[in-house]
Write a protein that binds this ligand. Structure first.
Ligand SMILES: Nc1ncnc2c1ncn2[C@@H]1O[C@H](COP(=O)(O)OP(=O)(O)OP(=O)(O)O)[C@@H](O)[C@H]1O
Length: 328
């Protein structure tokens, strides 16, 4: 069996991961706390979170590198730790640090890897996919940081994986490299590959992810499509007050559906859950007053704004359990 009845190729239910301790739970640290999510075949799913949120700890369990301390994980219908032999040939893993022998050339490195990979793509094709063809004869130690990331990606793609795990795939890449990696990831998805991605770049998640989960201190603080996650946050309306006008000259902000505001000189920024209503009322006021609202801009919350607010709210409601005892 490769998927559940919903077509999910990754299923994570109530996952826990615990580090350290004396075996009886004393001094242990629970890095992943009852995390649940699923990824459908052919989806790009992003795991986001602040440093230490538990992304790598979660992904390592999915890659079969560590057993869960609790909960259930299935990858292509298998337990990735106990049935590693069944899962490993069907997944591709791009780690944060590749660690290749630095004296080998790029092409030699790919060929060496291909020797351990069943059904590997031809070396030239793997290098072409990641834009490293012209660097094939260069020693790995001479590659830039961004080129090393691309070599990592070429190796992860060698076995034509059904599921690709990408741990911060574009860290160190320049803008062009980042965009070409995004294009490649989309093309792989369109070809049916499932991609699980961790990233610190919220723009990357916004560009790529079909769905995402934001982790905070080991828990899922928000999840859904990017539109669903940003849709929980207020929209923003900004404009410049006309000359001679003050904020108090506008209709009462609460009556416009405004939940918060900031000003800087003549610039005004309003937050609202009802952007259409607020913008309409503002424009009607400007029309009546016969003034122009210069630099008027109405936009939904960006993923970055949503992320910061969700992380802040989660921090305000949660506690850091690092020093607390945890039953493993
Ligand atoms: N081997 C370990 N032993 C003890 N604690 C660990 C170990 N590995 C990770 N942790 C802790 O578990 C928590 C989650 O770490 P993890 O690396 O999963 O976070 P992350 O979300 O991937 O962070 P980053 O974005 O910084 O890579 C952190 O507090 C980290 O210090």
């Amino acid at each position: 069996m490769n998927t559940n009845e919903h077509g999910d190729v990754i299923e994570v239910t109530d996952l826990r991961r615990v580090y350290g301790g004396d075996g009886r739970g004393r001094g242990a640290f629970e890095a992943v706390r009852h995390v649940t999510f699923s990824v459908g075949r052919g989806e790009i799913f992003a795991l986001l979170g602040t440093n230490g949120a538990g992304k790598t700890s979660t992904v390592e369990v999915l890659e079969g590198l560590a057993p869960p301390a609790g909960g259930r994980v299935r990858v292509l219908g298998h337990d990735p730790y106990r049935e590693r032999a069944a899962v490993r040939p069907r997944i591709g893993v791009m780690l944060q640090e590749g660690g290749f022998p630095s004296e080998l050339t790029v092409a030699e490195t790919v060929r060496m890897w291909a020797g351990c990979t069943s059904g590997a793509r031809p070396t030239a094709q793997a290098l072409d996919l990641v834009g490293l063809t012209r660097r094939a004869g260069v020693r790995v130690k001479q590659l830039s940081g961004g080129e090393k990331r691309r070599l990592d990606l070429a190796l992860a793609l060698l076995g034509r994986p059904e599921i690709l795990f990408l741990d911060e795939p574009t860290t160190g890449l320049d803008t062009e490299g980042r965009h070409s990696t995004w294009e490649l990831v989309r093309a792989l998805r369109d070809g049916g590959t499932t991609v699980l991605l961790t990233t610190h770049y919220l723009e990357e998640a916004e560009e790529l992810a079909d769905r995402l989960a934001i982790l905070h201190e080991g828990r899922v603080a928000a999840s859904g499509t990017p539109a669903e996650v940003t849709g929980t946050q207020p929209a923003r309306i900004s404009f410049e007050l006309p000359d001679g006008y003050h904020l108090g000259d506008l209709p009462p902000l609460a009556r416009l559906g405004v939940s918060g505001h900031e000003t800087a000189g003549r610039a005004v920024r309003l937050r609202t859950d009802t952007p259409q209503r607020t913008a309409t009322a503002l424009l009607q006021w400007a029309d009546r007053a016969q003034v122009e609202l210069r630099r008027l801009d109405v936009r939904s919350a960006s993923l970055e704004e949503a992320f910061l607010r969700i992380a802040r709210d989660a921090a305000a409601h949660g506690t850091d359990h690092r020093d607390k005892e945890t039953a493993a």
